[in-house]
Unconditional design. Sequence first.
Length: 260
Amino acid sequence: TQFTNILTSRPEPGVALITLNRPKALNALSSPLMNELSQALKEFDSDPQIGAIVVTGSEKAFAAGADIKEMKDKQFADVIKENWLGNWSDMTRIQKPIIAAVSGFALGGGCELAMMCDIILASPTAKFGQPEIELGIIPAGGATQRLTHAIGKSRAMEIILTGRHFSAQEAEKWGLISRVVGDGEGVVVKEAVEIAKTIAGKGQIAVQTAKETVNAAYELSLAEGLRLERRLFHGLFATQDQKEGMAAFTEKRKAVFTHL
Ligand code: HXC
């Protein structure tokens, strides 16, 4: 598919890379961009050659938020009738792991987009924030829930109520991101692609099951989550990948997963 607001590539076997590409607007997440992102994610999700997906922006901006110029004149009747931004949650229905490689600004919807990914890596220059309060609105791409789960109520309240930016180092210390990587241009993307390549080398059924189970920790009670975990674990004994993985261990060789 031909896209105009994003770039797509396959930098390594099994790895898809999606680059947000509206440089003049610091990758503001317009509706056309979000539609293309959704479509690209769905295409890679159903592509058997792909095992993991990296989403990145530019050195200056991962994404500076939803497109303010597109939003500014909208009326209540418009946004409610078209369930505006409803397609933002498409990303959470992708089965394959998604890694966000964040450099520069990840503000508003940009920060929320990163939080919908499964792993976030950031360069030391990354700047996160939920500045919606400055615009007379609240975050609506998930931050009131996901940021609060990730960093705790007091910090989430401070960030959302003041609108202040926070650094990659703070994000790491608070547990929002998995780590700060590198100090040069492109390093964070390279590292994200490496992680994606590692994941793409595993059995896809186990990887997707692991993703589903970890995500359930945000939605289910402990007892329900543990039950789901145990049942999905049992189900993996119906796969060839489980037989292959355990045979390879006992035969002291590397497993070759067939995703069956
Ligand atoms: C539309 C944007 C934009 C945005 C930047 N631009 N952010 N356009 N929507 N969110 C545009 C600017 O208008 C400008 O275009 C160009 O990008 C460069 O931006 P500058 O402001 O000149 O750059 P700089 O001085 O370096 O400042 C960078 C910045 C600032 C700190 C990131 O641009 C900024 O504060 N942006 C808005 C961040 C924000 O409020 N995000 C939350 C949006 S609400 P022109 O053509 O004028 O030169 C949101 C709701 C999510 O995300 C809920 C839905 C899920």
